[in-house]
Design a protein around this ligand. Structure first.
Ligand SMILES: [Zn+2]
Length: 71
């Protein structure tokens, strides 16, 4: 198995900011909706990063996805 290197390259030019968890809908937070425009992702969803947040002692970090609409 060879490791993929493209997803861990850090901040690439043109990368968009991921909104914090409190600004996301349930669908966006769950990864079923586009993190930027909130449209449902039916196909072609792509991992775009992690939303970072905390609520009290709870870690709210979660992977988020974008659909073809925003890629
Ligand atoms: Zn979108």
């Amino acid at each position: 198995m060879s490791e993929a290197t493209d997803a861990t390259a850090g901040t690439a030019e043109g990368e968009r900011e991921i909104p914090p968890p409190e600004e996301l809908t349930h669908g966006q937070y769950a990864g079923t909706h586009c993190v930027w425009c909130a449209r449902p992702i039916w196909e072609g969803g792509q991992y775009v990063g992690v939303t970072l947040g905390q609520a009290g002692a709870h870690d709210l970090d979660a992977p988020v996805y974008a659909g073809p609409c925003c890629l």
